[in-house]
Design a protein around this ligand. Structure first.
Ligand SMILES: NC(=O)c1ccc[n+]([C@@H]2O[C@H](COP(=O)([O-])OP(=O)(O)OC[C@H]3O[C@@H](n4cnc5c(N)ncnc54)[C@H](O)[C@@H]3O)[C@@H](O)[C@H]2O)c1
Length: 417
């Protein structure tokens, strides 16, 4: 007779008592072929995309979702029929054999879901921006540092081949001293269709939504389906395009150049194209100053998409240009990819290079880290630093002046932490 086989969950059950005092389960006992059991908090538009990404990862399964809107339970069950559904995330976190949790709730609830997930000893994939305020970012980073759980942030460009190429070229010293980065993000919609505006479904009513849980401590008021669905447009719940999109590009730039938090930020702009009652600006120009001789500029519009998205890292010996869907000025053709262009004055024999590294699967990287206990591609540190940069920009815009990191940490706008 061979040894009696003991299943992982049985094994975890037996050692749980011993490890409970330490506040974590040693998920490293997960074998390569054992299924990682995942739950999700907030299974709306992004959450449902992430469900599909998770289902594509071998040996990972979605077992439960928590969402305050009943409709989302039915939508999630269409993707995974045998799901357990909850309207309160705390009940889902009580499931013992849940290994990990993906948080894809609106921004103003990220910190609560982040902290509750770690307190329940589950590994965590938290959508960007890590938190709605600087104070919350500090709190979440501390909690992650004091925990044994894997924490990955939904900054998927940290897993991109373009970032691997940029880091490699910088490590080789090809661009020389980079003093400035210009970056931009642009979109357009047909006239009259506001960017981001979503229709409110007929079943989005006070009976079908746990409105208080959505408000998460914001002042109590009657149910407002428009704000519940279009939370992105309002400061109480959102940081606008800064926390929706700039954060992705700034995180990519910060990792490429190994930048600390900015020393100061300035942001101007306004609601110039989407005059539909929203509070967050649609036209934006941000300047982020870093202590190590670098300034990063980011610009964004919602009424012209000719130049798509991109970053240009300007160095004494060359330029790294990363484009996504930008129309070339001369040919008009759409360009994507990453290239290095030498500065002939300082690198006369330098050759133009094209990045060839492939993207890694960001979700697969998280699941892999649950097994190996390695640091994910987008760890809490980059979530934290990019959140700081984002909030400094918004605090500058809202207070109409440049703000230093120290000032931003002290600032408490009525609806901004
Ligand atoms: N990484 C990316 O590329 C990317 C892309 C899009 C969105 N996002 C991020 O994903 C998050 C969600 O965005 P979205 O567009 O899916 O929003 P959404 O409104 O479509 O989905 C949010 C879901 O959370 C639910 N919810 C609200 N309060 C809750 C609570 N207290 N507990 C549990 N569930 C609650 C809502 O009912 C909804 O189903 C945001 O942080 C956004 O920035 C990331």
């Amino acid at each position: 007779m061979g040894e009696q086989k003991i299943g992982r969950r049985e094994f975890l059950g037996q050692i749980a008592v011993g490890t409970a005092a330490l506040g974590y389960f040693p998920s490293s006992v997960l074998g390569a072929n054992e299924r990682v059991r995942v739950g999700m908090i907030g299974v709306g538009a992004r959450g449902q995309e992430l469900v599909k990404q998770l289902l594509a990862v071998p040996n990972a399964e979605l077992v439960a979702v928590a969402d305050v809107y009943k409709r989302r339970h039915e939508e999630a069950k269409k993707l995974v029929p045998r799901l357990k559904t909850f309207d309160d995330h705390r009940r889902m976190l009580e499931i013992k054999d849940l290994d990990a949790v993906i948080v894809a709730s609106p921004l103003h609830i990220h910190a609560r879901h982040f902290l509750d997930t770690l307190a329940a000893s589950k590994d965590l994939y938290a959508e960007k921006t890590m938190t709605w305020s600087i104070a919350e970012a500090e709190q979440c980073r501390e909690a992650a540092k004091g925990s044994k759980q894997v924490v990955a942030i939904g900054l998927q460009h940290e897993s991109s081949g373009s970032l691997a190429d940029a880091k490699q070229w910088i490590k080789q010293g090809l661009p020389g001293k980079i003093t400035q980065v210009e970056s931009w993000m642009s979109r357009n919609t047909p006239q009259g269709q506001g960017q981001w505006v979503r229709p409110v479904p007929a079943d989005c009513t006070a009976e079908n939504v746990r409105w208080d849980a959505f408000l998460n401590g914001r002042s109590p008021r009657a149910f407002d389906g428009y704000k519940f669905i279009n939370w992105r447009l309002f400061w109480e719940f959102s940081g606008g395009n800064i926390t929706e999109n700039m954060v992705h590009q700034v995180a990519w730039i910060m990792t490429a150049l190994d930048l600390p938090a900015p020393s100061s930020a300035y942001m101007s702009g306004g609601i110039f194209s989407e005059k539909d009652g929203r509070e967050v600006p649609d036209t934006i120009a941000v300047t982020l100053n870093f202590p190590n001789d670098v300034v990063v500029a980011w610009q964004s519009v919602f009424n012209n998409k000719r130049f798509g998205l991109g970053e240009r890292l300007l160095g004494s010996h060359g330029t790294i240009e990363h484009l996504r869907g930008s129309n070339d000025m001369v040919t008009g053709k759409s360009e994507s990819g990453i290239r290095f262009y030498p500065e002939k004055v300082n690198r006369p024999d330098g050759a133009e290079l094209k990045g060839e590294s492939r993207d890694q699967d960001h979700m697969a990287n998280f699941i892999d880290c649950i097994r190996t206990r390695k640091r994910p591609n987008a760890p809490v540190e980059i979530g934290y630093r990019s959140a700081l940069a984002a909030h400094m920009a918004n605090l500058s815009y809202r207070s109409k002046k440049a703000v230093t990191l120290e000032e931003a940490r002290e600032m408490r706008l009525a609806t901004h932490g």
